[in-house]
Design a binder for this molecule. Sequence first.
Ligand code: NAI
Length: 337
Amino acid sequence: MKIAFFDTHSFDRKPFNDANERFGHTIHFIESRLTEQTAPLAQGFPCICAFANDRLCRETLKILKEGGTRLIALRSAGFNHVDLMAADELGLTVVRVPEYSPYAVAEHAVTLLLALDRKIHRASARVRELNFALDGLVGFDLHGKTVGIVGTGRIGFVMAKIMGGFGCRVLLYDLKPQTAAASALGAEYVTLKTLYRECDVISLHLPLTPETHYLIDDKALSAMKPGVTLINTGRGALVDTRALIKHLKTGQVGGAGLDVYEEEESIFFQNLSDRGLKDDVLARLLTFPNVLITAHQAFLTREALTNIADTTLENITEFEAGRPLKNRVGAEKFRPH
Ligand code: NAI
């Protein structure tokens, strides 16, 4: 199948080209993000492949449909950036990669936590300046701390297991608790209120939905244990960033490790070092020594990239062959293809 592959980066090409030797699709790599403006580039392509910061709004989808596109193959797990209602109305099929490596994301969440706690970003910068002083670098033992995991799906459970390995007490929150699996880990489900009150560290592993949008707002942050460390590798808009800044200023939040940001769409995945930052909220966040930000890279391991390429190309092959689509978005709502 002919695929217009948007928002291509150097790290995408090799795993997709390697995997495609087995699938035989024709991949046309396009560097631009998919937006209303760039959608006409997909004219004549029955399939487009999109990533987390492409904008698949109604207008974009209409242009794709008019250009002959039938399949939207997301190479991400999240699908909050797609207007699914519009896709359904336009008769566009959407598939995704529901699981590629929960370890990649959970391990990155732990990396953010450890680096933040032990101030590795500051220590490393100091040592490069030949400043070997230790003042200001005091961290805390993770052993014995209480860690809250909000969202205990594939990634949240791996995170819970890792934190258990550090000797932490692990508290969980999810709409659909998996109680037996939790007790096998020695973890327990609690209410959000209890989790906020008791946890020294809180890590977010929820999808972004209308219900989870700004789940972590001013009220939630006020209800947390003073000095809490917040880790977000889920989606940026799970957190009200302005409220987070307010609580970082007072010390109510003791540290924030963020791989996602609510306005990341037009910022992340690009080199803006010669242009500067127009986003004042992100600029303010970057001034805190106890904030560590990575640009949506939790998924970025060799294993995850290989699995993403395999599943995406397999999804496309299944669509082309008219077989049932196990990774169709909203599969529970739609009849099999
Ligand atoms: P999953 O679908 O396995 O788990 C999500 C969990 O959240 C489920 O257990 C579900 O019951 C729960 N949940 C959903 N809505 C809820 C609500 N309103 N209240 C409480 N619990 C709720 O998803 P997975 O694979 O663990 O991924 C989680 C999220 O991580 C993804 O949706 C995506 O946004 C993000 N992600 C980030 C990546 C990165 O590179 N930073 C890479 C991959 C995923």
